[in-house]
Each structure stands twice: as C-alpha cells, then as structure tokens.
Design a protein around this ligand. Structure first.
Ligand code: GDP
Ligand code: GDP
Length: 440
C-alpha cells in the first residue's frame, strides 16, 4: 500500500503549488490523453523507490458552520483521517495567523505524524522568520519554496521517514507474481453493483480461504480460484465484508480506490448502464489510466436498460472514456448472471497482456520492419534513426526504442508503432508505453 500524504493549510499558502511539485512526474504521462478528466486533488508521486499518494485538501475551515464550508471541512477531515502523514503548510511571508492556530489545534488532537512546512522561504538567509511557527507546538518547522522547488526532496524524505516504511522491493517481484495469483480490483462508484458482482462470483466459486488480516496498513484480500487460475480480490473501496458476503458501504473513498488500483494487476471498472458515464466514473477511469494497470470495463445492469439507453451508454463510453479504448468492454448483469464468462476471459487476457514478455530480437525485428513500411518523418535537419528496441517493464509493458534524433519522432508515429506492437503481441486490456532513448 502506498502511503498517503495530506496537504493541509489555509488558502493561498501554496498547497496546490506544492501538490503540483509532488505529483509532477506522473502528470506528464497523463497530459497527452484527450478527454481525460482528472480530479486535481489526488495525485501520485515518487521519490527514489518510494511511491506515495498526495491529497490536496481544498480549503480548511475547522470551525466553519454552514453550507459549502462545512462540506469542505468534512472532506478535509476525511482526507486527513485517511492519510498517514500530514504536511501542514504555513506562509512564512504572510506570518502566523489565527487560522493557523485553529488548524494546529485540530491536528494536535489527532496525534498523527505531522510536519510544519514553512512555504515561500526562497531567498531567506536566516531562520529568524521561522521562529514564530514553533508556537504552533507541532515541532520543527521545515522551510521550503514550492514555487522554486527548494527543500522539497528533504521534506518528502522526512515525511516518509516519519512512517517507518519498509524498503520497497525491486520490480523483479513482478516475475514471481506471474506464476501466482492475479490480483484483481473491482473499482466503481457506489451502487454500480460491485458487491452484487463479487458475491455472485464468490457464491459460484470455490473459496480457497477467507480472512487474511494483516496490519492495518495492508489491504485485505480474498483469494479464490476459477478454472484452475488463482485470483486475489483486493479489498475494494466502498465495500465491507460482513460474514460471508460483501456489502456496500455508503462512504466512497478516493484513497481506498487509488490504493486498490495500485495494488492490482488488473482493474475491473464497473459502470451502471442505467446511469451512463458520470463524472465520478470518468475520474476513476483517469486514476486507472494513470496507474498503468490493465483494465477491463464492465457495464452492469444491462438487464435494466432498453435498446435506446444501451445506445446512449455505448456512445458515452466512446466519447468520455476514449482514453481507455484499449480496454475490452463487457455488457453484463451481475444480478442475472449474464455475460460473466466472457468477462473472466477478458480479465485473464488483460493480465497476460500486462505481463507479456517481449524479447529484444523480436522487438527489434518488428521495429525495423515498421520503419521499412513507413519511416518516421524528418524533424528539421534530422531524420530519426531507430536502431533497436527492448522491453523496459511489465504491467504496463514498456518498450524502449534506441536510436538517434528520436526526440523528433511525432506522437502520430508513436501511435503507429504502438498499434503494430499491440497487434503483434496480441495486447488487450493493457496500456503500452513507448519510450525513446536517443544517443547523439
Ligand atoms: P493554495 O491556495 O494553498 O493552494 O495556494 P496556491 O498554491 O494556489 O498558491 C497561492 C499563491 O502563492 C500563488 O500566487 C503562488 O504562486 C504563490 N506561491 C506558492 N508557492 C510559493 C513559493 O514557494 N514562493 C512564493 N513567493 N510564492 C509562492
Ligand atoms: P455497490 O455499491 O457498487 O457495491 O452496489 P451494489 O452491489 O450494492 O448494488 C447496488 C444496487 O444495484 C442494488 O440494489 C443491486 O441489487 C442493484 N444491482 C446490482 N447488479 C445489478 C444488475 O445486474 N441488474 C440490476 N437491475 N440491478 C443490479
């Protein structure tokens, strides 16, 4: 499970600037996809081997009493409750305010690891201005400049240190998983039918074991077997196990959804045919894309819609979820047990695609054949020269292309290559990343 860092502070202290810094690397990947809605308040970040989730809490008004403010405070409190460590941002130029004291009181009562971050500290030579923030009684004050990128690395290091995380294992672990269970997460907003579907599955299949309690930070997972293939169902947001069945719980948690997606090999994104594609569906779809996990889309409650509504749903998926067009679509009914067999086949196929092994000779041959079929365009004086390709990762598969002047390769050409590789390796339900490594 990735640790969760919450950013808290009054408006204008620089929370969103810091958020953008902490999540920058991932944003670049996602920016290319048209039609992708992003919930800007949740993001993934990485420092060295450590990956984390960042939540930017909108506005914090601990004593707000009405309407929108109360809702914001509630959301902030939920974010803080779900986080492992809180970064409390103050504005070193604006100085200490009454609101800072309120927030500090709230945080102190929680007793959760918390760092005071004095933002806008660029160009400050002495620590005198930090002095007043010690009054907040939350320990050391850490100066940074979110806008100028100063002090960010050591801040993240401190935040992660406060959690005593185990060293993450190297990626080779994925090889081991290949022979083991397929980790599957069923993601979707409340009421799309997640628990109905899971209970249908678990009712049908032989259950290998039930409870696997870990520490509180571990996901709970349910192992089961189907047609000789082992699966592990990741504890999914908005579900709770009660006895032998899952039941839906009201509260939807983005953090749990993100964590479930990240821990899975394959994500089943479940939609409700009677509702079409909502903003929340699109957000969840965006997280899945960003995670690089394999994905299959299930449109549930197909039994409850007429031909007209079916057409509307199909069109909505085409337009609003265009960025997931590599994902197989299944129209199902969890309640009536319709379409579930083909859905399983897609899940297994998506897993195999995500774990696909592509040898350097085969990749290189394909690359050179593609270039012969259609060469990349010149970029100014330079024609990109592709020499060879190798596999750089799994789940999602990454193909690294080596050559010269590759920075001039157009997106259209990358899509052309992607299509060729997908076809050749029969990749279904997984994103495929293509990276260019140029030597001059
Ligand atoms: P939020 O309301 O807490 O999310 O704050 P924003 O991230 O929107 O920043 C508020 C203002 O502070 C913006 O005008 C930023 O450009 C500015 N700001 C953010 N970080 C820094 C910094 O490190 N130094 C300075 N001087 N300004 C900053
Ligand atoms: P969750 O919140 O995603 O776990 O959703 P639930 O499994 O609790 O289902 C929400 C509602 O949708 C319940 O009333 C279910 O009976 C209903 N439902 C689930 N699957 C289907 C289906 O395939 N067809 C129809 N018509 N209703 C369904």
């Amino acid at each position: 499970m990735k640790p969760v860092i919450a950013l808290v502070g009054r408006p204008n202290v620089g929370k969103s600037t810091l958020f953008n810094r902490l999540t920058k690397s991932r944003d670049a990947i996602v920016a290319d996809f048209a039609g992708l809605t992003r919930d800007r308040h949740y993001g993934n970040g990485r420092q060295g081997k450590h990956e984390y989730i960042v939540i930017d809490t909108g506005g914090f008004e601990p004593d707000a009493d009405a309407g929108i403010y109360r809702e914001m405070a509630r959301q902030t409190q939920q974010a803080v409750a779900e986080s492992d460590v809180v970064l409390f941002i103050v504005d070193v130029r604006g100085g200490l305010s009454a609101q800072d004291h309120d927030i500090a009181n709230y945080l102190r009562r929680l007793g959760k690891p918390c760092l005071i971050v004095a933002n806008k500290a660029e160009g400050m030579r002495d620590a005198a201005q930090l002095g007043e923030f010690y009054e907040l009684g939350l320990g050391d004050v850490h100066p940074i400049s979110a806008a100028h990128g100063q002090g960010i690395r050591s801040l993240v290091e401190l935040a992660l240190q406060a959690l005593n995380l185990p060293e993450p294992e190297d990626d080779v672990e994925i090889d081991g998983a290949e022979r083991g269970a397929i980790k599957l997460a069923v993601a979707g907003r409340p009421n799309v039918g997640k628990s109905t579907l899971i209970n249908t599955w678990l009712g049908e299949e032989r259950l290998v074991a039930f409870d696997m309690p870990g520490t509180t930070r571990d996901a709970i997972s349910v192992p089961f077997e189907r047609n000789g293939q082992r699966f592990e169902l990741i504890d999914t947001a908005g579900l709770r196990r009660k006895g032998r069945v899952f039941e839906a719980i009201e509260k939807f948690s983005v953090v749990k959804t993100l964590q479930a997606i990240e821990s899975a090999h394959v994500v089943l994104l479940l939609l409700d045919a009677t509702q079409g594609v909502t903003d929340q569906d699109a957000h969840i779809a965006g997280y899945i894309l960003e995670s690089g996990r394999a994905v299959v889309i299930g449109i549930n409650k197909w039994d409850a819609v007429d031909a007209y509504q079916r057409q509307l749903v199909e069109r909505a998926i085409e337009t609003r979820l265009a960025f997931l067009k590599f994902a197989p679509l299944h129209f199902i009914s969890a309640r009536k047990r319709l379409g579930l067999g083909p859905l399983w086949l897609s899940i297994v196929q998506a897993y195999k695609s995500a774990m696909c092994k592509m040898s350097t000779p085969v990749l290189t041959r394909l690359l050179l054949e593609s270039v012969q079929f259609q060469a990349p365009q010149r970029g100014g004086m330079f024609r990109p020269k592709m020499r060879y390709a190798h596999q750089g990762g799994m789940n999602p598969p990454v193909i690294v292309i080596h050559g010269n002047s590759l920075e001039h390769v157009t997106d259209a050409y990358k899509r052309f290559l992607e299509a060729r590789f997908r076809k050749e390796f029969n990749l279904v339900g997984t994103p495929l990343r293509i990276e260019m490594k140029t030597s001059h």
